[in-house]
Design a protein around this ligand. Structure first.
Ligand code: ZN
Length: 1035
């Protein structure tokens, strides 16, 4: 069948031989894998046998059909006989019972191996590719100006009209003047002759060196910034460029062609158009999750989500909502089968929060064999006395207290009265069997640990933190129905030694205890260290007033780090509670102590097989992370570096413990305080779960084989998280181990056991059902590009720990080509032999993939600080789909066209210089950085309205916020800024950028459709390149 979404003619005129040569389904090439995860996940879950169906009962059917009975969220009530009839109340746990401990001892993490996948092209192959591309004949005038390939005049017979909703046609550039880069060198090679005026370097081929003046920029934004102390624009850079793998034969001189011809950018798939189309089609509507395998609105579309049996897309998004029935089909398509699970995602106030089901001391109802939790997928039989598990097919007895008659449809009479029968997501109250040592957990604690070394005192940072905490501690998170927070607080300061504080409410003054033995940290006090802020308010406030003065005269510039984490963890352990450390730290920990770090940043490692070591931790941080996870100790790290601090090592514990890493380069009190304080406020108030274990169960025929995220894997199935907050997402990959059934579909249940903010043990359940099909077109039709990019980003960012970056980039490129080639071969009309054809759901996969390939993590450039790359790597590993979407394709808003009469935000525009205008003002945000770009001839009224200054020249680019002005324009823009900020975990510092001034270079990094300043491919170049790859695969 023909399922063409996006059709374009090739830029090449060579004829395409038959396309029958596409690899057999069982091809042994594993492009999509950074190793063979199966090897480490071969052991089945204990007690679970997914491939056998011992009982003869028919398989369960899918979820209940969309309600014949009206489902009403607001009118939802549990049955009167149900113990959990008060949806949001928790009954105190029943007395202990006697089941086995649920905390097995920790064993070393099983490391998936990442053997180097064979690179797809040797230099010789590259040369062949280039020859076959006839790059030398692609000068101006030699190529036809039409989009139609001369060899295939009929190539537009394919679906060419009209764009909606599944087809789009475009013309690639007649012939790009630059030779299209070969696949494996698409990043890092293509010099950009058409660079902006500022960046143009007199026709010098090759990547344009950034302007050294940028070193003086105050407060660099995250992103490929320029580190003042590491910028090296000397000969070394040229050398690394020359040795860049996959360089064009003949050297970079070939790249200096005539300027690129203007291409009509509207002729290639636009991410903005895709976003806007979805908004127009589905925005503002109610999306009910009542059908298995339905594709949700895009993550960028606002709608109200109503849980009718499958988890909301806020909690789970999938790379495809229809799995191939066989592994052969999966191998053929090479579409990753994955779910991005954000178990604690925030839901807007107009959507129902999760119901709490409480079966008292009986605990949750679970399948005897696979331990799956009761859910809408379970099939009740024998008049309601038994049920068949939808995951392992085991027949279970219904516990007497849970018995209910079935209606004429075979559905329980109380179906709509019980969340666990009718909703995709809900919570169970856990019994003591689910608690550490069978004891109800204590409420969690927050420990604030402040680096009081010389620099932090002098910069005013310590005082800033202490002052802020005085008011912030009133806002500790609490459960909705509670009046005050149950979370206790404790305080530690440190430089080369640790200072613990006793802030017991009965004391008149806080007491300090110094621990100098940092090799073996012990906690010098228990009573009075962790306190209720309400009770100890006076003593705590007193302490926070005193800390800056206490260390005012310090000369100590050396710091420790690992012992700080150790101390925090030991304190939580001693108090028998889980919790979160807030560590505020500035420098490389060089003091003699465990975890001492040395500066090992080495640009010479870039583009070598050893580059990966830059991302691996030094010393014993991995063991420390493991200890922290075992003790439910989450580590939040606020870094204020002036130079290299080895983020790869220092941030590791944060990443493994579900914490958040914040980084403020060259922190200046005046300009950077708002960003830091906003981050701190948001973080402290975040709703979250502690001491969590996540388990993903699946119906027979497939299983979860790999997990990506800010998590720790203690064994192959349990995802351990010291804490998990609303922003953290775990990406789970699935593989077949048998044939799937189109009737029963592919069912997934994610269960997260955790301790709530009030110290209750709960299990949060998310269920989702996907379809299965033997038609490849069905798989492609239900793909979600945003989720695919999340998966690719996380898998690639993990793979760089073990593989050369070039290999990782090649794999991404190859897999993209394979996915699209398989579509073209299997689903598209044969008439389109030489066209670039993209499935509708993957229309913008190439542009997003190019953005991923261009991210500073995957680009080895000496100008990009190693810490910046490590930071981005760690932050992305924890992201959900909405965050990766914005991160890889930034939001760019034309704010000069704000409509003051409406509440609407102006439609975004594509991230390309062509979309900017001298008379305009544009806001750009990607979740970590934010810019306000002002064209040179932006109207004086707009300048006056926003900055309260008379002209462009008067605007200061030093400021990091806009003044509060009493005019509608300013108010509206500020409102938009707040909206954007509120939805993102990190607060973005606003940088004001004027057209044609130096900082514009930083801004240009984010115009991701253009060629980057380092020379990475533009979107057009990438399309050309991917088309070439596809053609080769099919020839
Ligand atoms: Zn089961």
């Amino acid at each position: 069948m023909s399922q063409q979404g996006y059709v374009a003619t090739p830029p090449y005129s060579q004829s395409q031989p038959g396309i029958g040569g596409f690899g057999p389904p069982n091809s042994s090439i594993h492009y999509g894998h950074y190793g063979d995860p199966n090897s480490s996940y071969s052991a089945p879950q204990p007690g679970v046998s997914k491939s056998t169906v011992p009982f003869g009962s028919p398989p369960p059917v899918g979820p209940p059909p969309p309600g014949a009975q009206q489902f009403s969220q607001t009118g939802f009530q549990n049955g009167s006989s149900t113990p959990g009839q008060q949806p949001h109340r928790f009954q105190s746990p029943p007395p202990p019972s006697n089941t086995g401990a649920s905390y097995p001892p920790y064993s070393p993490q099983s490391q998936a191996a990442f053997p180097n996948t064979a690179s797809a092209s040797s230099p010789a192959q590259l040369a062949d590719q280039l020859n076959s591309m006839q790059i030398n004949s692609y000068g101006p005038g030699t190529a036809p100006s039409s989009c139609v390939s001369p060899g295939h005049p009929a190539s537009f017979q394919g679906p060419r009209l009209p764009p909606p909703p599944t087809q789009q046609q475009m013309g690639l550039p007649p012939t790009p003047q630059l030779p299209p880069p070969p696949a494996n060198s698409v990043n890092g090679l293509c010099a950009q002759p058409a660079l902006p005026p500022m960046a143009r370097q007199g026709g010098v081929p090759g990547p344009v060196p950034p302007n050294p003046n940028l070193q003086q920029l105050p407060g660099q934004p995250p992103g490929p910034g320029y580190h003042p102390q590491q910028a090296n624009y000397g000969p070394q850079m040229a050398a690394s460029q020359l040795s860049y793998p996959g360089a064009f034969p003949g050297g970079p001189a070939q790249l200096a062609g005539p300027p690129q011809k203007k291409l009509d950018p509207d002729s290639i798939p636009s991410p903005i158009q895709v976003i806007e189309n979805d908004k127009a089609a589905r925005g503002g509507q109610v999306y009910a999750t009542n059908t298995r395998g339905q594709v949700p609105p895009l993550v960028t579309t606002n709608c109200v989500i109503q849980d009718q049996g499958h988890a909301s897309p806020r909690y789970i998004r999938c790379t495809t909502y229809c799995f191939p029935v066989t592994s052969d089909m999966a191998k053929q398509a090479r579409i990753p089968l994955a779910a991005v699970i954000q178990p604690f995602a925030a839901v807007p106030p107009n959507e129902a929060p999760l119901y709490l089901v409480n079966h008292g001391e009986t605990g949750p109802i679970r399948c005897n064999r696979c331990k799956a939790y009761m859910c809408p997928f379970m099939q009740f039989i024998e008049g309601g006395r038994r049920y068949q598990c939808a995951f392992c097919n085991c027949i279970n007895d219904v516990p007497p207290f849970f018995f209910q008659h079935l209606d004429h449809m075979g559905r329980r009479m109380d179906h709509y009265e019980r969340p666990e029968l009718s909703l995709g997501s809900y919570e169970y109250a856990a019994t003591l069997d689910y608690c550490r040592d069978k004891k109800p957990p204590n409420p969690p604690a927050f420990i604030f640990m402040i680096d009081v070394s010389y620099r932090n005192i002098k910069s005013g940072l310590v005082k800033l933190i202490c002052d802020e905490l005085k008011t912030l501690l009133d806002k500790l998170p609490r459960e909705e129905q509670e009046e005050s927070s149950a979370i206790r607080v404790g305080f530690v300061t440190y430089n080369k030694v640790l200072h613990f504080f006793n802030v017991k409410s009965s004391l008149a003054q806080p007491q300090m205890m110094v621990v100098t033995d940092v090799a073996e940290v012990f906690v010098p006090l228990l009573d009075g260290f962790l306190v209720d802020f309400e009770e100890s308010r006076l003593v705590v406030t007193n302490l926070l007033d005193q800390i800056p003065e206490l260390f005012a005269d310090t000369n100590e510039s050396e710091t420790i780090f690992a012992p700080v984490i150790q101390a925090g963890m030991e304190a939580l352990k001693a108090a028998e509670c889980a919790g979160k450390l807030f560590i505020f730290h500035s420098s490389l920990p060089t003091a003699e102590a465990p975890g001492k770090l040395k500066n090992r940043d080495d640009k010479k490692l870039l583009n070598t097989d050893k580059e990966k070591t830059l991302f691996q931790p030094q010393g014993n941080y991995e063991a420390l992370a493991k200890d922290c996870v075992a003790n439910g100790c989450c580590v939040n790290l606020f870094l204020f570096p002036n130079q290299y601090v080895d983020v790869a090592s220092m941030g590791l514990v944060t990443m493994y413990t579900g914490g958040t890493l914040y980084k403020y380069n060259n922190f200046q009190l005046e300009t950077d305080s708002p960003q830091f304080l906003s981050d701190l406020r948001k973080d402290i108030q975040k709703k979250m779960g502690f001491d969590a274990t996540m388990r993903v169960r699946t119906s027979t025929g497939f299983r979860a084989t790999d997990f990506f995220g800010a998590i720790y894997m203690n064994n192959t199935t349990d995802v351990e998280m010291a804490a998990v907050d609303c922003d953290k997402a775990v990406t789970v990959e699935f593989k077949h181990d048998d044939k799937l059934s189109e009737d029963t579909g592919a069912l997934i249940q994610c269960a997260v056991l955790y301790t709530s903010m009030s110290g209750q043990r709960r299990i949060r359940i998310h269920n989702i059902g996907l379809n299965c099909s033997s038609q490849l077109a069905d798989i492609y039709r239900t793909c979600e590009t945003d989720a695919l990019i999340n998966f690719f980003a996380k898998s690639a960012f993990r793979a760089i720990l073990n593989q050369p970056l070039k290999t990782v980039r090649d794999i991404l490129m190859n897999q993209t080509a394979h996915m699209l080639a398989c579509y073209k071969k299997s689903c598209a009309s044969p008439a389109a032999v030489s066209q670039l054809i993209l499935p509708d759901t993957m229309k913008v996969l190439p542009v997003y993939m190019n953005c991923l390939l261009k991210s500073c993590v995957l680009v080895s450039r000496p100008e990009i600080p190693t810490d910046e790359r490590a930071f981005h790597r760690q932050v992305v590993m924890a992201m959900g789909v909405a965050d990766t979407q914005l991160f890889f394709y930034p939001l760019l808003l034309p704010i000069h066209s704000l409509d003051l009469k409406s509440d609407a935000v102006p439609a975004a525009i594509r991230c390309s210089e062509e979309r900017l205008s001298e008379g305009g003002a544009f806001l750009l945000a990607n979740g970590l950085s934010m810019f306000l770009w002002l064209g040179t001839s932006v109207s004086p009224e707009l300048i006056q309205g926003l900055f309260n200054v008379p002209s462009f020249a008067h605007i200061s680019t030093e400021v990091t916020s806009l003044p509060d002005l009493d005019n509608p324009f300013s108010k509206k823009l500020k409102h938009i800024l707040e909206q954007i900020q509120s939805q993102k975990p990190h607060t973005m510092k606003l940088m004001i950028v004027k057209q044609r001034e130096q900082p514009e270079m930083l801004f240009r990094q984010f115009l991701v459709e253009d060629k980057s300043i380092y020379g990475e491919a533009s979107y057009v170049d990438f399309l050309v390149c991917i088309h070439k790859e596809i053609s080769q695969l099919l020839s």
